[in-house]
Design a protein around this ligand. Structure first.
Ligand code: SAJ
Length: 445
């Protein structure tokens, strides 16, 4: 009896006689492609961005968490190459789809990148192929959106027998060195049990631990619950700040004190708002799906409302502290320290610092910024350039607003030099790390 396709594919994986395609070579896809190459597979990275393709084939990484050395060592030996041509899929028996899943202007999920990738795979779908979707999306996408497209085009192929389809969410935390693609446990669900078996065997070749779950919907929802958990708890931390402002208490002092509880508490801190391309976005995929089913995910809606309003809160704090000095916001010189969405990265996506900057500008303030990770950016056709001398800029500023607490700043020097400080990250408090020594008059929170 001829070997089943599943057995043949399993043997190919074991002998590394398998070419893997990774569609989408961003902060998720590129590290995954390198991880598979390092595990001994031949990998072809596919991306529509020719610039990314050229850089990869020259062994140059554009992803902060992927070093040139690691990338180049795979490219040099030929285990990893990149192309913009989808027909490379003809020679691949496994495909991981790592394309973006943003929101539309309406707030609804934009799965157009997933659809484009699916249509590309469909054209090259062949017996013995394993497809794993990694892009964060709403529960049901794999079985309700992707699978029907495959079945429509290749009704002769049976899922779970002729080809295999799984969902396995990415868990990359940009800028983190301790938890990597290889050592972060990876959840995976299959459309059928045989899909999951094949997917798990492949991923366990490159990733230390794969966590099998009973369906692709469970895997899809797991990711959204992880990030909704963060968004809701960050929303709570931001509401604690609003409460503390009313009570004249330092919110960071309260939260740090609560965090001394060795059990039953998990620390989240207030900030300028919610940035990044995951935490502000992913919960909206879940709430959108539930709305189509007539259910309102109230925690998500409330957290979104609080987090989205934080830039307004901080602009009011700037207005208040200037007012106490008899200065109007209009015409004042404000220096924003840090514009990236979180510390030690250069990513501006959904950064609340940009919302704060726009609001301050709309109220007539003169804005400068300093960010060692972001030398320049364009905002509403406005070209912004990071000031070259931080302390000269502080001297010229009527107020300094700290939006991103990159490592490397000397916060006590900044406080000593600045006329006024509004600190969305309580940097001095953290620098001093002594709750009791912290005094209110250092910063206007
Ligand atoms: N933030 C706060 N207070 C906090 C924590 C975060 O205001 O206590 C803000 C940050 O400044 C940032 C936003 O929330 O603007 C998101 O922060 P994040 O730490 O969740 O960072 P991301 O979005 O880069 O990475 C997250 C991953 N982070 C962690 O698990 C710590 C994880 O949730 C996902 O693996 C990843 O997004 C993803 O790709 O989904």
């Amino acid at each position: 009896m001829s070997k089943s396709i599943q057995t043949a594919l399993t043997e190919q994986i074991a002998s590394r006689n398998l070419r893997i395609a990774v569609l989408g070579l961003g902060y998720v896809g590129l590290p995954l492609a390198v991880a598979f190459a390092e595990a001994g597979f031949r990998v072809i990275g596919v991306d529509v961005d020719e610039k990314k393709v050229r850089l990869i084939n020259r062994g140059i990484s554009y992803v902060e968490d992927m070093s040139n050395d690691r990338l180049a060592s795979q490219v040099t030996v030929g285990t990893l190459e990149a192309t913009s041509k989808f027909d490379a899929l003809d020679t691949c028996d496994a495909v991981s789809i790592c394309v973006p899943t943003p929101l539309r202007k309406t707030g609804a999920p934009d799965v157009s990148y997933i659809l484009d990738a699916t249509d590309a795979v469909t054209k090259h779908l062949h017996p013995g192929m394993l497809i794993v979707l990694e892009s964060t999306t709403y529960p049901g996408t794999t079985t309700e959106v992707i699978l029907p497209r495959f079945q429509q085009e290749r009704g002769d192929l049976k899922v779970g027998k002729d080809f295999f389809l799984c969902f396995s969410p990415e868990r990359v935390d940009p800028g983190r060195q301790d938890w990597t693609t290889k050592n972060t446990p990876k959840v995976m669900g299959g459309v059928t049990a045989s899909c999951l078996q094949v997917g798990q065997i492949l991923y366990e070749s490159a990733i230390d631990s794969v966590v099998p779950v009973s369906s692709t919907e469970v895997a899809e929802l797991t990711k959204l619950v992880e990030n909704t958990f963060r968004a809701v708890n960050i929303g709570l931390a931001n509401e604690v700040l609003l409460i503390c402002h009313k009570l004249g208490i330092n919110a960071w002092e309260v939260i740090e004190a609560a965090a001394t509880k060795p059990f039953g508490f998990m620390k989240f801190l207030p900030g300028p708002g919610l940035g990044g391309h995951c935490i502000p976005i992913d919960p909206q995929y879940l709430s959108w799906k539930l709305r189509t089913m007539g259910y309102t995910a109230r925690f998500i809606e409330l957290a979104t409302e609080i987090n989205t309003d934080m830039p307004k809160y901080w602009v009011h704090r700037v207005q208040d502290v200037l007012n106490e000095e008899g200065k109007a916001l209009r015409g004042s010189n404000i220096l924003i320290i840090g514009v990236a969405y979180k510390k030690n990265v250069g990513d501006l996506r959904e950064s609340p610092a940009l919302d704060i900057l726009k609001l301050l500008k709309s109220k007539g303030a003169q804005i400068n910024y300093h960010d060692p990770y972001v030398s320049t950016f364009t905002l509403d056709e406005m070209e912004m350039v990071s000031v070259s001398d931080l302390y000269d800029a502080i001297d010229l500023a009527d107020c300094v607003l700290i939006a991103t607490d990159h490592d490397g700043y000397k916060w006590s020097d900044i406080y000593a030099r600045a006329e006024l400080v509004v600190d969305t990250r309580a940097t001095l408090h953290k620098e001093q790390k002594k709750i009791t020594e912290y005094s209110q008059d250092h910063a206007n929170l």
